[in-house]
Design a protein around this ligand. Structure first.
Ligand SMILES: Cc1cc2nc3c(=O)[nH]c(=O)nc-3n(C[C@H](O)[C@H](O)[C@H](O)COP(=O)(O)OP(=O)(O)OC[C@H]3O[C@@H](n4cnc5c(N)ncnc54)[C@H](O)[C@@H]3O)c2cc1C
Length: 404
């Protein structure tokens, strides 16, 4: 088999990996993407004129991520019919009566037209893949079986695949998700835990027309979240004990709808369940973000409680910084895997990612606790935060990705 040497070799063509492939290819670098999912799953059925149903996996994309997606020329190509802007974020305890509005952040308070958009992961990924150009070589479906970092003198590292043989790159990017195989092959350890709870996700049709608010109700059993979708639809997230979540996920749609109506606040209105599934809740943080010529981005470096919908936003922030530093090294004639730049990337992103992960854990512990003292603390916290202008503005801007 012929030797394939690229400037940048990315393992994992998910949202984060694909965005980096585009950025580097736009700078004229030769990029390889190795993805285990068959290409067919990335192609919409052009012969089918009907709008496909909304996929179960959706993400809240904040303003900073939107900027990154604009910069790489993807945002402009996202189908408007699959995007839902949200202009308010609300957190409350117990019922949702007007006297108990908890804490609400609005776009107008921050002088913004909106705080972010909800979009399906697959639509975003597809839009990126459609922009892949002649500088990107796709190895798909393919899975990495080994890593060799022996060619330090030659200035590259290689991976082996059963399907395409050996593929080499000057910089290897692990964007292969939370179970990253490249991370393991590079000998990078990680720490973290599985939370005792899991979450049920359901795509539903709603009685009410399209909403522009995303809300979370905190209950003693765990949060219940509402994310608006295009049209009269929503994505609901129900956090609870693992056994309960698994049992809910197996219910027929009509029965699950009845359970949701009982457990979610009345302001949800009537719903019909279209799709359902469940996800474990994991916290994982890599012990370091680089080793030799391998560097980690996105979920391969960190996975976070999805409570505040920040996972892929952190991944896009990793991607933006890594691209900036690597392109700077390129302009200065330095090695693309220069250890100083990889160290700088790790130090900067570790700090920001850890802050968000710890904030989510603090929130999660506080709001899932049944201790009276913590219950009082969170009630006071919600009330105090609701009144504290500058603090509230900072939290709102942080959640919308407008501040570090
Ligand atoms: C219930 C739930 C709700 C969420 N909601 C939000 C939200 O609202 N907002 C938000 O920002 N985040 C959210 N997240 C988190 C978000 O989904 C992840 O952070 C995001 O998908 C990570 O993107 P990634 O590209 O790093 O990894 P992934 O999406 O995991 O992509 C990894 C890619 O690598 C490929 N791959 C894996 N292994 C290999 C291999 N060995 N060889 C080749 N290819 C491989 C996979 O096929 C995949 O395409 C949520 C997560 C969950 C579970």
């Amino acid at each position: 088999m012929t030797k394939k040497l690229f400037d940048i070799l990315i393992v994992g063509g998910g949202m984060v990996g694909a965005s980096l492939a585009l950025r580097f290819s736009q700078a004229g670098l030769q990029v390889a993407v190795i993805e285990k999912t068959p290409l067919s799953s990335m192609q919409a059925d052009a012969a089918d004129p009907t709008e496909p149903p909304i996929d179960l996996r959706v993400s809240a994309i904040n303003r900073r991520s939107e900027q990154w997606l604009q910069d790489i020329g993807v945002w402009q190509h996202l189908p408007a019919t699959r995007l839902c802007p949200y202009r308010a974020l609300q957190a409350f305890e117990g019922d949702s009566e007007p006297q108990n509005q908890g804490l609400t952040f609005t776009a107008s308070e921050l002088n913004q037209p909106y705080l972010g958009h909800i979009i399906e992961n697959i639509s975003l990924q597809r839009a990126m893949w459609q922009q892949f150009n002649e500088f990107i070589t796709l190895f798909c479906p393919a899975t990495v079986t080994a890593l060799s970092q022996q060619s330090e003198v030659a200035g590259y590292a290689s991976v082996s695949t059963a399907e395409f043989g050996e593929i080499s790159g000057r910089l290897l990017i692990a964007a292969d998700g939370a179970q990253s195989q490249l991370r393991t092959l590079a000998g990078i350890g990680h720490n973290g835990w599985q939370y005792q709870q899991a979450c049920l996700v359901a795509t539903v049709a709603t009685e009410y027309p399209q909403q522009d608010i995303t809300w979370q109700q905190f209950t003693e059993q765990g949060p219940r979240a509402f994310l608006p979708l295009p049209g009269a639809q929503a994505s609901l997230v129900w956090y609870d004990d693992l056994a309960k979540v698994k049992a809910l996920a197996q219910l027929p749609a009509a029965q699950l709808a009845a359970e949701i109506q009982q457990s979610f606040p009345a302001k949800l209105g009537k719903i019909t369940v279209k799709q359902q599934g469940w996800f474990p809740l994991t916290r994982m943080h890599a012990n370091r973000y680089w080793q030799g010529r391998v560097v980690l981005v996105g979920d391969a470096a960190h996975s976070i409680n999805p409570l505040a919908g920040q996972g892929v936003n952190l991944g896009f922030a990793d991607a933006a910084l890594l691209a900036e530093l690597v392109l700077q090294a390129l302009a200065e004639g330095r090695d693309l895997a220069d250890s100083e730049l990889l160290q700088q990337y790790w130090q900067q992103r570790k700090k920001a990612n850890l802050l968000m992960m710890s904030a989510m854990d603090g929130f999660y512990q506080l709001f899932s606790s049944r201790w009276p003292v913590l219950r009082l603390a969170r009630k006071l916290g919600l009330t105090a935060a609701a009144k504290a202008g500058p603090l509230k503005a900072w939290v709102g801007a942080y959640a919308a990705g407008l501040k570090d």
